[in-house]
Write a protein of this length. Structure first.
Length: 427
């Protein structure tokens, strides 16, 4: 039996989850992998705060130096967020510690710098919990799909957004009401901006893309839209078209290059991602030999995230995490990958046109779509209103998204519509 003293930086919700698992299930780890994980030191901003459980005998302080100077502790769990997260990480890596983190923003935005620091000082950095909480998708890309070229990833990576969209659809709630409930349940932060505007999802997509496609991807290259502008009409329209709306992160090989975007998207009800509801995440990966694979589970929360953290601790202690680090840190392509612009994105599309109720409108719309090479999948025409207006909703087969948007702009300019047309992507 190998005794392994470990450190913890950040004793918040997920830190509580780590301590709880070590309290309840340390024997499981001893039996399965022969490691006796012993929490020796905890560094937190609030060492005197009352907590639901004890520190398992660990020394608690607010000084990172207490941990970095402890030579017995070689592996540290980093769960800090906010402005202090990076300085604390740098201190740990400079001290030669092997660090496990769940901070996706640090990895996505500063990965090159942090991995170089780990290599320089003989440490390491593992980050399974940074993407999709308790779902072992990094390990799946590293191990289970190693014999595949990845053709595409489509993923639901933010449980807050997925919960809000689920409540808007199933309960008929407005966006604002669903957001308040997500906050009450602890799924959303008091300031939910980074979740609902798509930034959190983009961070996770950048990490997945780097592992799956062996390339460095700046965050600025990911086109990002959020869910904050969706309303009940959009949810109803998706239902009419046999779909539901999800915030989808996409990384896909196309003839024009690697397409990277995050956006609210109509997902057909028969697609596996349509069944991923509430605060769950889902990652749909299409491998060259494996075919499509779906990974789903809780993408956030204390226990699922702590589960992924401790899996990384085990990987770190037995040396397996270095494989992931090598894939992430030491990718040196001869030149940056070609990236597909929005105009060259290959996607299905959907539009809701508010039109004048008069002859020739539908024909005018379809003629302009055809002129731009758009193949129509389905059309739904709503009943006219007393004001002499109606709605026309159109879904298309996959094609150039830029051509679709050009056609819609032309339709709006032609005077067929009474207001700007609403457009979304469609899987």
């Amino acid at each position: 039996m190998r005794i392994c003293p470990i450190g913890l930086v950040g004793w918040g919700t997920v830190g509580d989850g780590v301590v709880s698992i070590l309290r309840q299930d340390a024997a499981v780890l001893r039996e399965r992998v022969g490691l006796d994980l012993r929490l020796k030191r905890i560094v937190t901003r609030t060492p005197g705060r009352a907590r639901s459980g004890d520190a398992l005998g660990a020394v608690v302080s607010d000084r990172i130096e207490d941990l970095t100077a402890d030579a017995e502790i070689t592996t540290v769990i980093h769960l800090a967020n906010g402005p202090a997260a990076k300085p604390l990480m740098v201190a740990l890596l400079t001290a030669g510690k092997r660090v496990v983190t769940g901070n996706k923003a640090l990895i996505a935005e500063h990965g090159d710098e942090l991995f170089a620091l780990a290599q320089k000082h003989g440490g390491s950095l593992a980050f399974e919990a940074a993407v999709a909480g308790g779902i072992p998708v990094i390990a799946a890309l590293r191990d289970g799909l190693v014999a595949n070229r990845i053709n595409a990833i489509h993923a639901i990576l933010n449980g807050t957004c997925n919960f809000i969209l689920t409540m808007m659809e199933t309960k008929g709630w407005d966006y604002a009401v669903a957001l308040v409930e997500a906050q009450r349940l602890g799924y959303a932060e008091l300031d939910p901006t980074l979740d609902v505007d798509g930034t959190d999802t983009a961070h996770k997509l950048a990490i997945l893309t780097r592992i799956a496609f062996a390339c460095r991807v700046p965050l600025t290259s990911i086109r990002t839209e959020g869910i904050q502008h969706l309303n009940a009409d959009d949810i109803a329209s998706a239902r009419t078209m046999g779909c539901r709306i999800k915030l989808i992160a996409t990384a896909a090989q196309t003839p024009a290059g690697l397409d990277l975007h995050v956006a609210p998207t109509l997902v057909p009800l028969d697609h596996p991602l349509a069944a991923v509801m509430r605060n769950f995440n889902g990652i749909y990966i299409n491998g060259s030999n494996s075919g499509p694979q779906l990974f789903t589970g809780q993408g956030a929360g204390a226990a699922p995230t702590a589960s992924a953290i401790l899996a990384d601790v085990v990987d770190t202690l037995i040396g397996r995490a270095e494989q992931t680090a090598a894939q992430f840190a030491f990718v040196h392509p001869a030149e940056p990958p070609a990236l597909a612009g929005e105009a060259d994105e290959v996607t299905g599309s959907w539009a809701r046109f508010h039109v004048h109720d008069r002859p020739g409108v539908l024909a005018g719309i379809t003629e302009r779509l055809s002129r731009h090479g758009i193949s129509v999948l389905s059309i739904h025409q709503g009943l006219p209103t007393s004001a002499g207006a109606a709605t026309v909703e159109i879904s298309t087969h996959p094609g150039r998204g830029g051509a679709f948007l050009l056609a819609v702009a032309e339709i709006d300019r032609a005077g067929f519509t009474t207001r700007p047309t609403t457009c979304l992507r469609r899987l």
